[in-house]
Each structure stands twice: as structure tokens, then as C-alpha cells.
Design a binder for this molecule. Structure first.
Ligand code: FES
Length: 380
């Protein structure tokens, strides 16, 4: 009868649960027990067991009403007490635990049918969630299906049947044998794996020692796939930008400037005075006097600013340092040293005025003017 002590039972069938008498357990404790049993390949608590634990009552098999969750690797011990053989043989085998564990809920079936494969860490997280919500834990069949592992055959019915047959007569006598076998097996597997509770970090020694519960990488969920896609897109974009910048280095730094020779229409298009319509495009003014047309290059001879035409004052005024030029571009005030240059003009074959700003006519200070040279104006 020493084998029927609560301690020996707790080490085996009860797992980490405290032996009877015990107070009512909450969902957190029950969830930890379920996770422990999953890691140790023990039969999980049934719904009836969980209800009894929450109510602070004996579990059905403790009361001898149903089959006990026997440890799978341990063969059942022969009944040690004086139980009548008639009672043992009269009790039918109880396949309830096996059939319950083999059932797959519609929710899990839908996940499996969708082709999703869960990792062990995801399964553990789901078990914890169910514990928090007070839902029934995933059974072995559901866990196996979610992991995508081939279905394992159900536990051999013979030892279970034998154990269940012996249990009504001497339930405590059968369980200690299984408990002792479980204890011996657990002790043989090492201390770290047997004592660690929780989900260890991936890649740590505890994860390896814990039998692979968290020794796999993150699950291949849609969120993780999206993250990986984002990271790889960012890396590809960075490499592409670097690649383009590298090859751009070998290309010439070309500056495309406007053409220096262009047409500005017919002489009849211009009246007397200053016309500024080409200032923005070609930086010139067309100036017409009673006897000639010429083109002033709109660049101050002081430091190169573009003067403004002031019609009300009939003069050009440089905004930079105040140089003033008369209507023909001849300086008369400010620091400008000489009149503004005039561009080469000619009549194109089609009769339009052809301007070439690459050929300028100047009037340097103290030197003869080039404004009367051929090409510096058009007679009209
Ligand atoms: S640049 Fe025109 S006055 Fe100095």
C-alpha cells in the first residue's frame, strides 16, 4: 500500500499536479500542467479532469469512475491488492481518452485544410491562449495535425485496458507502477529538460534541453512573410541605388546650354525702341532706331548681372550695383566700365533675323567702338 501514496502518484499520473486533497486550481496552473504533459508526451487532462480541478474536486479517475490517464511508456503493473478477478474482468475497457484525443475540432480541421503548418512554439502559444480563455486545450491529434506530422497510431489499447480493468479494484495499485516507470524515464532524460518550465528562447541551451519545444525558428506566418518581403525589398532598393550611382560616376557631366545661334523673326516684327520679349529665353533685347536694328546682349559689363529695362525712365538699370545704361545700352552711371555688348546679327535665307550671341561686338573703355562693324547691326 506504500505505492499508493500521493507522492508517488503525483510523480506519475498527476504530473506536476498536487495530490488529493488539493485546493481548486486556476486556468494558469492547469495550462502549465497541460504544457508540461505535452512536452513529456503524457496524456493531457480531459475536460472532465479540468472541470474537477477548477471545482476543487477529485478528478473522475481519482474517484475511480473513469479510466486514468496512464503514462504511455509504462506497462501496467499487475493488481497487487486483493481485488476480485470478477470485478476486473467485468469492467469494460475505456477508450474515451484515446477517442477524445483523436478527435480534431472543426476549428483545427479548417486550419489544417488551409494548408497552414504550425511550429511547436505556435502550438504552445495557442495552448497558453486557450488556458487564459478557459477553453479546452488542444489534444494530441490536433497538435499532431497542426504540426503537420504524420499521425501516430493510438496508444496500445492492451496496457490501457489492463490498467483500466485493474483500476476499479485497486486504482492506486496500478498507477504507482506507471508513475514509477515515468519517474525513471524522466530521470534518465536529464535534469534540465525535466525541470524547465516555459518556452525557452530559440537557440539557447535551455531550448535544446527542453526537447525542441522552442528549438525551431519563427513560424512561416503571413506577417513574417510580409516582413521578410519588406526587408528584402529595402535591401534590393539600396543595392540598386548604389549600382546606379556607381555607373553614373563614369558618365560625363554634360551641361546642356541653349543654342548660341537662333532666329528671332522678321525685321518688320519690331518697332522703334526696345523689345524685351527674348530676354528670358535668349538673354537679349532687340533695339530698333530709325536707321538700324541691333541686338544688345543683356549682361551688365560690371560684374555680369542682368539689368532691367525701365520704359518709364527709358533706360536699363542694373539691380546689383546700380549701373545705368541708356536705351542703346551705353553706360552713363554706376560702376559699369563700358556699354553692353551687341550680338552678331544677319538675315537668314528665309528673311528672318539670325542672331549669334557667341560673336559679340564691344566698345571697350578708351578704345574704338566695334558697334559700327558689319554684323553688329542691320540697316533698316
Ligand atoms: S553688375 Fe551691374 S552694376 Fe554691378
Amino acid at each position: 500500500m506504500a505505492d499508493e501514496s500521493p507522492k508517488s502518484v503525483a510523480n506519475g499520473v498527476l504530473g506536476h499536479l498536487p495530490p488529493w486533497p488539493r485546493p481548486a486550481l486556476n486556468n494558469s496552473v492547469i495550462g502549465m500542467e497541460q504544457a508540461y504533459r505535452q512536452r513529456k508526451n503524457l496524456t493531457p487532462l480531459t475536460d472532465e479532469d479540468i472541470a474537477a480541478l477548477k471545482a476543487g474536486e477529485q478528478m473522475p479517475w481519482e474517484r475511480g469512475e473513469t479510466s486514468a490517464p496512464a503514462a504511455s511508456p509504462a506497462p501496467a503493473a499487475p493488481p497487487a491488492s486483493a481485488a476480485p478477478p470478477a470485478q476486473a474482468t467485468a469492467t469494460p475497457p475505456a477508450p474515451a481518452a484515446a477517442s477524445a484525443s483523436a478527435e480534431i475540432s472543426p476549428e483545427v480541421a479548417a486550419i489544417v485544410a488551409a494548408g497552414k503548418k504550425w511550429s511547436r512554439s505556435t502550438v504552445a502559444a495557442e495552448q497558453a491562449r486557450r488556458n487564459r480563455k478557459g477553453l479546452s486545450a488542444l489534444n494530441d491529434a490536433e497538435v499532431t495535425a497542426l504540426l503537420g506530422e504524420p499521425a501516430t497510431p493510438a496508444a496500445a489499447p492492451a496496457p490501457a485496458a489492463a490498467a483500466s480493468a485493474a483500476r476499479p479494484a485497486a486504482p492506486a495499485a496500478a498507477r504507482p507502477a506507471a508513475a514509477q516507470a515515468t519517474v525513471a524515464s524522466a530521470s534518465a532524460r536529464g535534469t534540465e529538460a525535466n525541470t524547465y518550465v516555459g518556452t525557452p528562447a530559440v537557440g539557447t541551451s535551455k531550448a535544446a534541453a527542453a526537447g525542441g519545444v522552442a528549438s525551431v525558428g519563427p513560424d512561416d506566418s503571413d506577417v513574417n512573410q510580409g516582413r521578410r518581403r519588406f526587408v528584402w525589398t529595402a535591401v534590393a532598393a539600396f543595392l540598386m541605388a548604389w549600382f546606379i550611382a556607381f555607373f553614373r560616376f563614369f558618365l560625363p557631366r554634360t551641361l546642356f546650354e541653349p543654342a548660341t545661334s537662333f532666329k528671332i523673326g522678321y525685321p518688320a516684327d519690331y518697332g522703334l525702341g526696345v523689345d524685351t520679349k527674348w530676354q528670358q529665353k535668349y538673354r537679349i533685347w532687340v533695339d530698333r532706331t530709325p536707321d538700324r536694328m541691333f541686338v544688345i546682349y543683356a549682361r551688365c559689363t560690371h560684374l555680369g548681372c542682368t539689368p532691367d529695362w525701365k520704359p518709364s525712365e527709358n533706360k536699363f538699370k542694373c539691380p546689383c550695383h546700380g549701373s545705368g545704361y541708356d536705351s542703346e545700352g551705353v553706360n552713363f552711371e554706376g560702376p559699369a566700365p563700358r556699354p553692353m555688348d551687341r550680338a552678331h546679327v544677319d538675315i537668314a535665307p528665309d528673311g528672318q533675323i539670325l542672331v549669334d550671341v557667341s560673336r559679340l561686338y564691344q566698345w571697350p573703355k578708351g578704345q574704338p567702338s566695334r558697334f559700327n562693324d558689319p554684323g553688329a547691326y542691320l540697316p533698316v
